[in-house]
Write a protein that binds this ligand. Structure first.
Ligand code: BG6
Length: 483
């Protein structure tokens, strides 16, 4: 097997971000609060709080984030310098429909994304657009508890129609919901704007939870996603629309058959339930038993089955950061991750936030998912959250990040050689942005450093890290030169 020219020349190399972690300008030019704007900063040990009102003197990291809103030209120029052929960003729904159910869109918001997309096109960078990345207009949460209500579907579809029509000629790739499967667990609920109860502990799983409400909200999102896919294809048959799954790779803790079965079951529920609906157009059979056991009764409208069938996605995209162990509790502690956690794996190391580093797991997941769906795959998030040190001369020698990414790209190569149709790679937080789970700035993923600290102080100055030059070489060689 020739492992030199592995990636096709059309391979999309880039990076990924999300509006609420990157843009700032949370209440400028007509934008109103999103659910993410109500989340305070936290740390690894202190969970973020969700407030019903903006509290004075409290730091809400999304409000300024790292101000892409006013730095987009400079940032896109830096992405172009690295050689990006794509860039994943999300549109802030409440910038377009500030209240979620407004009769007309906010022209200033639409104009902002016109400017961003034009700037990307100037450098031949393909935008990959997430329609809803862990946020929704907060007014919808106030009005009818967000996605808990079926009314959210129409609001979302109207928003989709507006952006599909407006950006018909400048955007080709769309992702309906970021990590839609996060709603499977309590920690993901507020991200979907789905609950108005006391959610102060959503990030440590102590929030008041209702499984019934979560799965009903998830159903609404799945229906909304399917409607969006159909609408997208009607508006522009060239559009490619994808699902986006937070892939939680869980190995059985032992070869005991029951542990293997637990791993299979978790894979089905956590990872495959949503993508089965989005890729195949119907709920999988195993969902029925799970819903019965959990006493979940999803209210489906008569037309839902048909809607789901007609809204199958064109590609499968996912985030991959870590793996964990499930089944009989092994020696040692629990491990952490983005939304899904499990037990520690003695064969792996972890980052400072307890996310276990597992490049081979990426090859495993790519093969596993491709075997099931056989549609093009994109890795739209991957990366190492780490504390970077700025040296006296201003340099940042993030060799640990280079090692992490190199090891994962090596495994992508293996997967492509295995036969997986992988079409793109977008490391997360290609420029330092706010952490979603903790609200910190100190947890950095970027090739580009941004001068800002956890309390919101800093000049916002951008500078290139060592990994910037490394990734530039990787892209220029289409993944051949990883040194
Ligand atoms: C993913 C999310 O789950 O993980 C991103 O889609 C998030 O929004 C990323 O930022 C990394 O998580 P964190 O908590 O390190 O920012």
């Amino acid at each position: 097997m020739n492992k030199t020219h592995v990636f096709p020349s059309s391979f999309l190399w880039g990076g990924a971000t999300a509006a609420n972690q990157y843009e700032g300008a949370w209440n400028l030019d007509g934008k109103m609060a999103s659910t993410a704007d109500m989340m305070t900063s936290g740390t690894h040990t202190v969970p973020r709080r969700i407030t019903r009102r903006i509290e004075e003197g409290v730091h809400y990291p999304s409000h300024e984030a790292v101000d892409f809103y006013h730095h987009y030209k400079e940032d896109i120029q830096l992405f172009a310098e690295m050689g990006f052929s794509c860039f994943r960003l999300s549109i802030a729904w409440s910038r377009i429909f500030p209240n979620g159910d407004d009769t007309a869109p906010n022209e200033a918001g639409l104009q902002f994304y016109d400017n961003v997309f034009n700037e990307l096109r100037k450098y031949n960078i393909e935008p990959i657009v997430t329609i809803s990345h862990y946020e929704a207009p907060f007014a919808l949460t106030e009005k009818f508890n967000g996605w808990a209500s079926r009314e959210a579907i129409d609001c979302y579809v109207r928003y989709c129609k507006t952006i599909f029509t407006r950006y018909k000629d400048v955007v080709k790739y769309w992702i309906t919901f970021n990590e839609i499967n996060s709603l499977i667990v309590p920690a993901g609920a507020f991200l979907a704007g789905a609950l108005l109860v006391d959610n102060s502990g959503v990030f440590n799983n102590t929030a008041v939870d209702s499984t019934q409400l979560r799965f009903q909200a998830l159903h609404h999102q799945l229906v909304a996603s399917a409607k969006a896919v159909k609408l997208a294809h009607d508006i522009n048959p060239e559009f490619k629309v994808g699902c986006m799954i937070n892939y939680s790779c869980g190995y059985g803790s032992t070869c005991k058959p029951e542990d293997m079965l637990t791993a299979l079951r978790m894979d089905q529920i956590n990872n495959m339930l949503c993508s089965d609906v989005q890729v195949r157009g119907e709920y999988p059979d195993f969902a029925r038993r799970y819903f019965d056991e959990k006493n979940i009764h999803i209210h489906m409208a008569e037309e839902d089955e048909e809607i789901l069938k007609q809204g199958c996605v064109d590609f499968y995209s996912f985030s991959y950061y870590k793996s964990h162990v499930v089944g009989t509790r092994p020696e040692g502690d629990e491990t952490q991750g983005n939304v899904f956690g499990g037990f520690k794996n003695p064969y792996l190391t972890a980052n400072d936030w307890g996310w276990q580093i597992d490049p081979v797991g990426l090859r495993y997941v790519l093969n596993h998912v491709y075997d099931r769906y056989r549609i093009p795959m994109m890795i739209v998030e991957n990366g190492l959250g780490a504390i970077d040190v700025v040296e006296e001369d201003g340099s940042i020698n993030d060799t640990y990040r280079i090692d992490f990414l190199r090891d994962h790209i090596e495994q992508m190569k293996e997967a492509v050689c295995d036969g997986v149709n992988l079409i793109g790679y977008m490391p997360w937080g290609c420029i330092d942005i706010v952490s979603a789970s903790t609200g910190e700035m100190a947890k950095r993923y970027g090739f580009i450093h941004v001068d800002k600290d956890n309390n919101g102080h800093g000049t916002l100055k951008r500078s290139r890290k060592k990994s910037f030059y490394w990734y530039k070489k990787v892209i220029a060689s289409n993944g051949e030169d990883l040194n």
